[in-house]
Ligand binder design. Structure first.
Ligand code: F6R
Length: 606
């Protein structure tokens, strides 16, 4: 979603801000802009499309000054045009605003401000904000912003500059993340940590309902009601390298390759002296008898596997809910219910709303999140970090496998707390988990040539079907989602047993059907599915054990995967060739794998 950046200090603001916007572009955007303060004036440059268009504009018409704000916009209200791009200004041009979120009462405000003589030049909800602030401004920016936020309904983070307040950036946050970075006699503002690098060494997360005044010397902070708040800074722990592509051609390729390391780190973090250690969740896991997993997209797919782990290992009744559905139901909760909110970003609006709904019903919520400083992490009663490191590619890859592994370890812990896991079972489960990183590395190496070859053949296919049973149904859904989102190929995942109840009508000799066939209890059933597709001349890609003759005979392509000692963990390996397949098909179709069209990394609006 939209990204906000701000800079005040000795450097040229435009150059710091364009780098910061580059670091925010993974969130998804379709236009961008800057406002820079200079000599009692606010200079504005905005451009639709890629950031390069903004850079070209700045090269042709530079903006000089040491204080400024910037924005990458992901259109909600109004098309991605120059006049809808941020910053938006008051009619006298003296107040400029960038905004992330949605102002829900914008139509009402627009009517009111128009009646007072304001002229609107865009279709955005955001434009109400500079007009509103300007109409309330009598020389005290904080008073005007405080009065303005009192009128705004919805979710927002804002950065504001005033032509007559050189060196100052004002910021306000209500339900959308905003971070302040402190450097050497310079302050920065951003929607996400990577945009503060490399200038800032310390970070402060603005709290809900807080207003900040940033100058190169420091920050002053208040709650919306004017009560002073102490800004809490902590060292920034990620490096600029962690948010760069390194030797890879894309973040997605880098993040797929990182999975063995990520999985090893996660398993290690949960072991002490060879035994599982419980993360401090502030919960009596023994008393939990009902778990609700909440997530969206890939995180929801991971939850489907979490359900299988919890039910098999800990015999706990588990529901999996798509966050945007859960939040509008009136879910039943009892004293032994636990909600687990699964989110890479920790900012997904629907999952956050589900969390808040659960907490309002006094249900404990554990956050399974990658970004440990995120809103979901902070609002959860307990936290299980994924430790996957920054995930920049819009398509989730390493966060998915980390989520799946984290849920396996959590299921073992619940089983242990309930006395359902003997020492021998714990040891063998840990041994199986410890093997996964090595098996993942082997799988990535093993499958690459076949995957690339199949992508060459099927890159122009109009649709692809993915079939799997048991835990591999989640893999089928996730494989299909990857192909849809980065290669723009229509793809669907089905439980393989459902295929003959309708979807099999799709099969022709033009349709690639990807069948996930591990050597588990469902293997023979999957062979029958392969026969059914083959009998109708479908093109078969199989994900299965290397050298499996039966699979080779029935398929056009076999994506070989290593075999896990514990069948339950096999989906962690089966998904790897499918991530690579989506990547290769996308490259052959000239798609931008890191920033697919229409998508955002962090979905902070409904
Ligand atoms: C798919 C993808 C999305 C996210 C979804 C939830 O590759 O990235 O489907 O999984 O938007 O995001 P988080 O996990 O940040 O809540």
């Amino acid at each position: 979603m939209c990204g906000i950046a701000g800079y005040t200090g000795p450097k040229e603001a435009d150059s710091v801000l364009t780098v910061a916007l580059e670091r925010l572009k993974y969130r998804g955007y379709d236009s961008a802009g800057l406002a820079v303060l200079a000599e009692g004036d606010v200079g504005i440059r905005r451009a639709p499309g890629k950031l390069k268009n903004l850079s070209d504009l700045l090269a042709a018409k530079p903006l000089r000054g040491h204080t400024g704000i910037g924005h990458t916009r992901w259109a909600t209200h109004g098309a991605p045009t120059e006049c809808n791009a941020h910053p938006h200004t008051s009619n006298d041009g003296k107040v400029a605003v960038v905004h992330n979120g949605i102002i829900e009462n914008h139509e009402h405000l627009r009517r009111e401000l128009t009646a007072k003589g304001c002229i609107f030049r865009s279709e955005t909800d955001t434009e109400t904000i500079p007009h509103l602030i300007a109409s309330l401004y009598t020389g005290d920016p904080l008073a005007a912003i405080r009065a303005a936020v009192g009128r705004l309904e919805g979710s927002y983070s804002l950065a504001v500059v005033f032509a007559d307040k050189p060196g100052h950036i004002y910021a306000a946050r209500q339900a959308s993340p905003l971070l302040v970075g402190k450097g050497k006699r310079e302050m920065l503002l951003a929607s996400d940590l990577p945009a503060l690098l490399p200038h800032a060494h310390q970070v402060c997360y603005l709290g809900e309902g807080e207003i900040a005044d940033l100058t190169p010397e420091g920050i002053e902070l208040w709650s919306f009601d004017g009560t002073p708040v102490t800004a809490a800074f902590a060292p920034i722990e990620i490096t600029a390298e962690a948010v760069s592509k390194g030797d890879f051609d894309s973040f997605m390729a880098k993040e797929i390759a990182e999975q063995p390391t990520v999985l090893a780190r996660l398993v290690d973090s949960r072991l002490r002296a060879g035994r599982l250690v419980e993360p401090d969740l502030g919960l009596d896991l023994k008393a939990v008898n009902h778990i609700v997993f909440l997530g969206c997209g890939t995180s929801w797919h991971a939850a489907l596997l979490g359900k299988r782990f919890l039910e098999a290992l800990a015999r706990v009744h588990v529901e999996v809910d798509i966050s945007s559905e859960y939040r509008y139901r009136n879910p039943i909760a009892s004293g032994d219910t636990l909600v687990v909110a699964i989110s890479q970003s920790g900012e997904t609006a629907d999952t956050l709303a589900g969390l808040r709904l659960a907490r309002a019903k006094f249900i404990p919520v554990v956050g399974l999140v990658n970004v440990v400083t995120s809103t979901i992490a902070r609002e959860s009663s307990g936290m299980m970090p994924l430790l996957a490191g920054p995930e920049i590619g819009v398509a989730s890859t390493k966060a998915y496998t980390a989520q799946v592994m984290a849920m396996y370890l959590f299921a073992l812990q619940v089983a242990k707390a309930k006395g359902l896991l003997s020492l021998a079972q714990e040891e063998s489960a840990i041994a199986a988990a410890l093997l996964i990183p090595e098996l993942a590395a082997r799988t990535l190496a093993l499958c690459e040539a076949e995957v690339a070859e199949a992508a060459d053949l099927f890159a122009s296919a109009h649709a692809t079907v993915f079939l799997g049973r048991g835990g591999e149904h989640a893999t089928a859904l996730e494989g299909a989602l990857k192909l849809k989102e980065i290669a723009y190929v229509h793809a669907v995942g089905y439980p393989a047993g459902e295929f003959k109840h309708g979807p099999i009508a799709l099969v022709t000799n033009q349709l690639p059907v990807v069948c996930i066939c591990p050597k588990d209890a469902m293997y023979e059933k999957m062979l029958s599915n392969l026969q059914e597709v083959r009998a109708r001349a479908g093109r078969i890609i199989v994900v299965g054990e290397q050298g499996d003759r039966a699979l080779q005979d029935l398929s056009d392509h076999l994506f070989p995967v290593a075999t896990s000692a514990d069948h339950m963990l096999q989906p962690l390996l089966s998904i790897l060739p499918l991530q690579r397949y989506a990547y290769h098909v996308a490259r052959r179709r000239d798609c931008d794998v890191d920033q697919p069209r229409n998508l955002a990394k962090s979905v902070t609006v409904e």
